[in-house]
Every structure is written in C-alpha cells, then in structure tokens.
Ligand binder design. Structure first.
Ligand SMILES: NC(=O)C1=CN([C@@H]2O[C@H](COP(=O)(O)OP(=O)(O)OC[C@H]3O[C@@H](n4cnc5c(N)ncnc54)[C@H](OP(=O)(O)O)[C@@H]3O)[C@@H](O)[C@H]2O)C=CC1
Ligand SMILES: O=C1CO[C@H](CO)[C@@H](O)[C@@H]1O
Length: 419
C-alpha cells in the first residue's frame, strides 16, 4: 500500500531512507533522524566513499548506490525519503519516490528546470504524499518574523522588493569550460548515476563537477539564483502570499557561455499582485555576484546598514530590511519588530508524514517558487530581453527560442514522463 495509506496507522515510526548522504545530505539525514519516531532503514549515495559518516547513525541499515534499486528492493519498508543530491537529480528521484507513494523532503531549488518544478507540483498532488522543500530557513525566526510583520502591515502595502546575495554564478571549479580530457573515475563512484538525466561527459576529477562545484555548470546546477533564490525569495513569496506565476522576467548579466552561469546578474520579475501589494503587479529585482540595490532604494536611517544578502521590502509607509538570516528591521523611527519563534523544519515534515497534515512549504509552494527561480535562468540566455510568461500554458509567449530552456533533453534511460 502507498505510504500515505499506511501512514494513517503509523502512530509509532516513520521508516526513512536518506538519498545523498554527504554534503547537505549528512545534516538533512541527521536532523530528520533526530525525531524520536524516525527509523533510518536505508541510505543511498552514488559515491560509497561518502557514506562512511552517515553509517554510524544506523549501522544495520543497507547502503545503496542506486536509489531505484533501493526503492525496488525495500518497497513498503520505506515510508519517506530525503533527496539531498545535486539539483539536476532532484526531479527524477523525487518523482519516482512520490509515484511509489513515499513522502519526500527534497532540497532547494526543488528542480533544475521550470518544467520539472511543474511536474513535482502535479505529482505531489496526485500522490497525496507529504512533501517539503529543504529551505529550512523558512521555519527560522527571522523569516517567520518578516512574514508576520509584512502581513501585519508594518510598512503598509508593498510596492517593490529587492533581493540580493553575494554568491556568484560560477567560480567554484575555477573553470569556464569542460576540461579537455577526462580523468579516471574513482572506484567508489558510479559516474553514470551521478550524470543521470544530463548528457554524458567524462569524469572531470575532484571538484570539477562534484562534489559541490556542479552549481557552476548549466547541465547540473542553477547558478547563484538557483542556489539562493529559494532561500531569499521564500519570505517574499510567503509574506506576500504569491501563488501566481511571474508575468515577465528579464536578466542582465556580465556574460555567459553554453557551460557555466554568469558571474554577476540582475533579474527583474513582474509578479501578479496580492492582498499585500499596492498594485495589481509587483516588481521583484534579484541581484547577485556583488551587485546589490542602491542606497537610494534602501533609504536607511543613520546607524543602519545593508547586510551581505537579504531583501528590502519597499512599502507605502517605509522599508523593511530582512537580512539573510537575521531579524528584520524597518527604516521608520521608533518602530521595532517583535520576533516570533523558530520551528523545527525537519521535524515539521516528519510530523506531517505521521499525521497526514501538509506543512507550509510543500511541493505546491516550493514548485511555484522554483518555477520563478528557474525562469530567471531561462532569461539569462536572452540578456536584456523581457520574456513574457504564460504560467498556465507553461510557455514564453514572445520568444519561441526561449521555450526550449524551460525543460531539457533527457539522456536515454533517464527520461522523465510528464504527469
Ligand atoms: N538548504 C540548505 O541550506 C542547503 C542546501 N543544499 C542543497 O543540497 C543539495 C546537495 O548539495 P551538496 O550537499 O552541496 O552537494 P554534494 O555534491 O556534496 O552532493 C551531496 C551528496 O549527494 C550524493 N549524490 C550525488 N548524486 C547522487 C544521486 N544521484 N543519488 C544519490 N546520491 C547522490 C553526493 O555524492 P558525490 O560526492 O559522489 O557527488 C554527495 O554525497 C543541493 O540541491 C543543494 O542546493 C546544499 C547546501 C545547503
Ligand atoms: O544555504 C546555503 C549555504 O550555501 C550553500 C552553498 O552555496 C547553498 O547551496 C545553501 O543553500
């Protein structure tokens, strides 16, 4: 039976398997497993040398290299999985797990492409499983305080948002193009499974594509907006209750080739307005790689300063500045914001799996946010051009060449069927 059905009787334990066991996967699994009703029943990582740290958590749990084999072999012994792998494999793994009735905790950005994010939303609804995106700061006091303050009307209706992060789109691997020749694949690593949906390329050596440096490369990662958009834009989406698709998106950057993302970028979104915005549409501007909003926009009081990353909510009665992630403040003399408490993002998902109650940032919410984030990456291919987006049709309406970037070509054997 699917986990959701069994879940109604699951008053004692959630049988959990962690996919991606090092890097962020290590902390995801540990924090999920720290819930007293979680039992780790399996671990999976394409690189067996990167499973050593997690094994002591459940020494009896089998370790797999291929998530599919794990799901096939363990079947109903698994109720829920975490997916903490590089961005390009989030969708193929999470969709498969949801189709088998597993609850899924998947890292941010939810997917590498806009189309994949839409499939995740559709599948989560169809399977009726409990989902959560791994943007844990969503549950942190700073972001929750900001959401409440905006909804309480501390700066009045919002007229614009500016969000920025210092991170650059490339530079982690030190390369702008594929290395001329490949290197020997370490024995512990299944490179075919690591490449997954992307076109095959030779193993590049340590820290060329993996671990971590895949963020630079268009085939695998999503640049600075992909790495941080689902964090920084999360309180924006939550506070303003944005549930519609962007109406348009425009990127300007310092240049890119066909392999890596731009070093510095500014992306301007026009989003449908909500009950918390002053107009029927809202401009959201994203800056990265050292770019940030001007002092003229921030209008700070003496003694205030802009953080290294965060958001400015421009309101009818003043601005709220939300550092990533510490408490928000306003540029209105004498006005202080009372912090609200943090929640446990990981345990919130586990509790949801056990009770059947969907937490606030499931794949419907995370899918919407990721669609916007990845639309920014579509626009990067057409710098200086405003791309108009029809979210219902999932189509760029004024540039037919742009539509191919909403999705990707899947490698044979790693296709994703539309839901
Ligand atoms: N929410 C947050 O604050 C953070 C979120 N993240 C997100 O977490 C995800 C992972 O990032 P990061 O930990 O830096 O990446 P890593 O490159 O370190 O990958 C994480 C682990 O997943 C393994 N892995 C890779 N592909 C697969 C696969 N197909 N099946 C099973 N295991 C696999 C890796 O093995 P190998 O070493 O062989 O690649 C590695 O052990 C990303 O989506 C990232 O955006 C990351 C950091 C913080
Ligand atoms: O919050 C985070 C900290 O930095 C990491 C590396 O850039 C991000 O991937 C992550 O989301």
């Amino acid at each position: 039976a699917p986990a959701i059905v069994r879940g109604q009787n699951l008053n004692s334990q959630l049988q959990f398997a962690g996919i991606g066991t090092d890097g962020k996967g290590f902390s995801d699994i540990k924090l999920i497993a720290s819930h007293d009703k979680v039992k780790c029943v399996a671990f999976c990582d394409v690189d067996l040398s990167r499973t050593a740290k997690i094994k002591p958590l459940a020494p009896e749990a089998p370790v797999y290299q291929d998530y599919k084999k794990m799901l096939d072999e363990l079947g109903d012994k698994i109720d829920a999985v975490s997916v903490s792998t590089p961005d390009h494999t989030h969708a193929i793994i999470s969709l498969d797990a949801m189709q088998r009735g597993k609850h899924v905790y998947c890292q941010k950005p939810l997917t590498r492409t806009v189309w994949e994010a839409r499939q995740m939303r559709l599948q989560a609804k169809k399977s009726g499983v409990i989902t959560r995106m791994g943007n844990q700061i969503h549950s942190h006091s700073a972001y929750r305080t900001a959401v409440k303050a905006i909804q309480d009307g501390i700066i009045g209706k919002v007229t614009a948002v500016h969000s920025w992060v210092g991170t650059t789109g490339h530079g982690r691997s030190g390369l702008l193009d594929k290395p001329a020749k490949g290197e020997a694949i370490p024995k512990s690593l299944d490179w075919n499974l690591w490449i997954s949906v992307a076109p095959m390329r030779p193993y590049g050596g340590n820290r060329v594509y993996h671990p971590f440096t895949w963020r630079d490369w268009q085939d695998f990662g999503s640049g600075a907006i992909g790495d941080f958009g689902c964090h920084l834009l999360d309180p924006v989406y939550s506070a303003l209750n944005i549930t519609g698709d962007p109406l348009s998106v425009r990127s300007e950057h310092t240049g890119m080739n066909d392999e890596v993302w731009p070093a510095q970028e500014t992306i301007k979104y026009i989003i449908p307005g909500t009950q918390y915005t002053a107009s029927r549409s809202l401009p959201i501007t994203w800056y990265d790689g050292g770019r940030r909003p001007s002092n003229g926009i921030a209008k700070l009081l003496p003694g205030q300063s802009l953080p290294g990353g965060g958001s400015i909510f421009v309101g009818q009665n003043g601005n709220m500045i939300l550092p990533h992630y510490s408490q928000p403040f306003v540029n209105i003399e004498g006005v202080k914001i009372e912090p609200v408490e943090s929640l446990d993002h990981y345990h919130g998902w586990v509790d949801g799996c056990l009770s059947g109650k969907q937490p606030s940032d499931g794949f419907e919410y995370g899918g919407h946010l990721t669609e916007a984030v990845q639309l920014g990456n579509v626009a990067a291919h057409f710098p200086g051009e405003t791309l108009e987006f029809d979210g219902i049709a999932l189509k760029i309406t004024n540039n037919s060449d742009a539509n191919k970037y909403l999705t990707r070509d899947y490698r044979t054997g790693f296709e994703i069927a539309s839901i």
